[in-house]
Design a protein around this ligand. Structure first.
Ligand code: NAI
Length: 343
């Protein structure tokens, strides 16, 4: 089984090499991302393995079909970069529904604490033997209200962590979980009441720019915003304006809507052409990490194992666990109900 592995990074290789040897998969690693210009690298492979910023649009899908590729294995949970509808009937698509929700929830809290306790500033100061405390005043999390948008696997772990800090948790979810003990409110109420807002819902047409110009007006002055989900949940220009107007007290961003050309690469010593990102990073109350929340040893091992088992299941055993399909018009429910190949 030959699989073209796009956007390969050094930290991907140990776990995928081990799984490849264990299950007899010949992964062919390419540093470049999958897009219309690079799709021909998949020639001779039965499948492709892609990550969050590979482009799997109609053009790429058509070319993959022409090359005889029959499966796309996403080595991530989110699939907003894949035209699932266009794949239907032609290419089977698999993802890794969960690899370490703890990794992402813990990173969200790490960013929040770093920001509000000014750890990023203190670290640089003491490295320079500057032991002044001026400008490092933070605030207690205890007793603050945190609004969690999306109470799935990651959102719920983040809620548990926040409760451990003695925070008051409110949440909004389009599909609230029954008997979860979570206090659900509508989105407007969450925006109005929260001291801290953390985003844990998927990116869909409905959630695109859910934090934008209109919602900013409803926010408490000084609110902290955490986004470890998908960049385009937030309108970055509106966020920047909110920060400049002192409406937003701080932002912790592990994702950014235009991240695909920037994140995972070293631009130190280069001119940053994305003015919005450069301006956001220049703000003292903004912390940016480059889609790093998932990056733990446990998560990397789980990703490699599930991706390899998805491929073996499809190509050798005919089972399709974790397949995403468009048939039901609802990707997730289709996946749960189906025990066999969708087409
Ligand atoms: P999940 O599927 O378990 O939970 C998502 C929740 O969002 C569900 O409860 C769902 O009902 C809710 N939701 C769906 N549509 C909504 C809407 N319109 N408004 C409000 N809530 C809505 O997903 P999980 O595993 O908790 O992941 C959440 C997100 O985290 C993923 O969609 C992905 O984009 C992101 N993620 C980021 C990573 C990183 O490294 N930064 C790594 C893994 C996931």
């Amino acid at each position: 089984m030959k699989i073209a592995f796009f956007d390969a990074k050094p930290y991907d290789l140990p776990a995928f090499k081990a799984e490849g040897e264990r299950l007899g998969i010949d992964f062919r690693y390419f540093e470049t991302k999958l897009n219309p210009d690079t799709v021909s690298l998949a020639a001779g492979c039965e499948g492709v393995c892609v990550f969050v910023n590979d482009t799997v649009n109609a053009e790429v899908i058509d070319r993959l079909c022409d090359l005889g590729v029959s499966a796309i294995a996403l080595r991530c949970a989110g699939y907003n970069n894949v035209d699932i509808e266009h794949c239907f009937g032609r290419l089977h698509v698999f993802h890794v529904p969960a690899y370490s929700p703890y990794a992402v929830a813990e990173h969200a809290m790490a960013m929040l604490l770093t920001s509000i306790r000014r750890i990023h500033k203190a670290y640089i100061r003491t490295k320079d033997f500057n032991f002044s405390l001026n400008g490092l005043t933070g605030f207690d999390l205890h007793g603050k209200t945190v609004g969690v948008i999306g109470t799935g696997k990651i959102g719920r772990i983040f809620i548990d962590i926040c409760r451990g800090f003695g925070m008051n948790v409110i949440a909004y979810d389009k599909f609230p979980a029954a008997d979860s003990g979570i206090e659900y409110v509508n989105l407007d109420e969450l925006l109005e009441k929260s001291d801290i807002i953390s985003l844990h819902c998927p990116l869909t047409e409905e959630t695109y720019h859910m934090i934008g110009k209109d919602s900013l007006e409803k926010l408490k002055t000084g609110v902290m915003i955490i986004n470890t989900s998908r960049g385009a949940l937030i309108d970055s220009e509106a966020l920047l304006e909110g920060i400049k107007e002192r409406k937003i007290g701080g932002a912790c961003l592990d994702v950014y809507e235009e991240e695909s050309d920037v994140f995972f690469k070293d631009f130190s010593g280069h001119i940053m052409s994305d003015d919005t990102l450069a301006r956001l990073i220049s703000m003292p109350n903004v912390i940016v990490t480059s889609h790093q929340a998932f990056l733990t040893e446990e998560a990397l091992e789980n990703i490699a194992q599930t991706t390899a088992e998805n491929l073996v299941g499809f190509f050798r055993d005919g089972s399709c666990q974790n397949e995403l399909c468009y048939r039901c018009g609802n990707v997730e429910s289709c996946r749960r109900e189906r025990k066999e190949r969708c087409f």
